[in-house]
Design a protein around this ligand. Structure first.
Ligand code: GDD
Ligand code: MN
Length: 383
């Protein structure tokens, strides 16, 4: 086998064909998800180059068509440096999906995932690789919370608190024994990723946790402490939506995937709509008769639900530009039957019991059922 390979290499050299100078297959693929990280791209390549001296590595940027031209910057580097590649994804967004796709393009035995904003300490990579190589672990997680690790200056007080709550929930609800389940900095045996890939969700930020949970405790995990650094260029993309999705993941895992994340999001939005509805109704009752106040409150809550669902529940099918107006109109139209039912039910209960809040809630619940059924089919239909 070895002989044949050598022979063919010589033959090609003799025939004068261009061959890459001394091709060494990568042992480690570093997956680098990016969204608007233009300024950080050259910096991370420099840092990897220094930290991984003596290791056969490659890096794959996975960019979701960042408006700031991150992919072009990465591809310019790739033209000079064969260790660098860039996947430019169009029409898709999401950190988890980008990481999965990057890992799946690797043919190296080991892959690592890290942020490009320099918050993750690249000098940890050789140690992470060392543990995998020595077969002491299948997954090595860089943890901010294990002895010796810290969040340093990298997290605001609110973020640090939220992070603590999220970690606690994951430990209790998912039963994962990780000190930092939300960490986005880890290294793993590639074959393990291939095994769980079909089960991974492409939404949200919790890719490592998703891998650990999907592997059902079959991974040997090691944790290494690191200091989460402050972001220098650009801004964080972790927002309330990402947090909500995370809570959705927890509940859907708790119910063993019986309840979909989307249904849950719809429920959460609906619950917030009920609050909006009741506040509007109470306010409306100051000057209006009950029926008018209830009708007004219904419209306010419906509008609220539409925009929140468009942003949250259907962010992957989000309506934009003119389609928002069309969507809102269709939302009103398909729910107009629901409004009639809503006001009817509320009026009936109000007449029997005369407590405004019970009547309002019953009406709103009636409307919510309609909103859900109608909107998933008509307003945010799959193309
Ligand atoms: N391709 C792609 N698509 N990349 C993305 C996307 C996306 O939609 N959103 C974010 N990224 C990239 C960023 O460009 C960056 O390189 C990395 O993912 C992390 O994004 P940040 O926006 O900097 O995240 P963060 O610092 O708030 O969150 C980090 O810490 C969390 C724990 O507190 C990440 O490491 C998270 O994974 C981690 O859970
Ligand atoms: Mn960051």
């Amino acid at each position: 086998m070895q002989l044949t390979e050598n022979a063919s290499t010589e033959a090609e050299t003799q025939s004068g064909e261009a061959k890459p100078a001394a091709f060494v297959p990568a042992e480690l693929t570093v997956v680098l998800p990016t969204y608007n990280e233009r300024a950080n791209v050259p910096l991370i390549v420099e840092k990897l180059d220094a930290a991984l001296a003596g290791i056969a590595w490659e890096a794959i940027f996975v960019d979701d068509n960042s408006p700031d031209g991150t992919a072009e910057v990465a591809k310019n580097i790739a033209r000079r440096d064969p260790r660098i590649r860039c996947i430019k994804r169009v029409g898709r967004r999401g950190l988890s999906g980008a990481c999965v796709e990057g890992m799946l393009t690797s043919s190296a035995p080991f892959v690592a995932v890290m942020d490009v904003d320099l918050q993750h300490d690249e000098s940890l990579l050789p140690r992470m690789l060392g543990l995998l190589r020595a077969d002491e672990a299948d997954l090595v997680v860089a943890s901010r919370f294990v002895e010796g690790g810290t969040v340093g200056e990298g997290l605001s007080a609110t973020r640090a608190w939220g992070s603590g709550v999220a970690n606690g929930l994951a430990r209790v609800l998912l039963g994962v024994q990780l000190s930092d389940p939300m960490s986005g900095f880890f290294a793993i045996r590639r074959e393990k990723v291939d095994e769980v890939a079909p089960k991974l969700s492409s939404q949200g930020f919790k890719i490592m946790l998703n891998i650990a949970v999907s592997a059902k405790g079959a991974l040997r995990v090691r944790e290494l402490p690191f200091v989460f650094r402050e972001r220098l260029h650009g801004e964080s993309k972790l927002d309330t939506l990402v947090t909500m999705e995370y809570l959705g993941l927890l509940v859907s895992k708790l119910t063993r995937d019986l309840v979909s994340v989307r249904f849950l999001m719809f429920g959460i939005v609906g619950a917030s709509g009920v609050v909006v509805h009741l506040v509007s109704l109470r306010t409306g009752l100051v000057g209006l008769s009950f029926n008018y106040a209830q009708l007004l409150a219904t419209f306010i809550a419906m509008t609220w639900n539409f925009f929140l669902n468009n942003h949250l529940t259907y962010r992957d099918r989000r309506l934009r530009g003119f389609a928002v107006i069309k969507g809102l109109v269709s939302f009103y139209l398909v729910c107009s039957v629901g409004v009639v039912a809503n006001v009817g039910v509320a009026d009936w209960i109000y007449g029997m019991d005369s407590s405004w809040w019970l009547a309002g809630t019953a009406g709103a619940a009636m409307g919510a059922v309609w909103n859900y059924a109608a909107s998933s089919v008509l307003t945010w239909r799959k193309n």
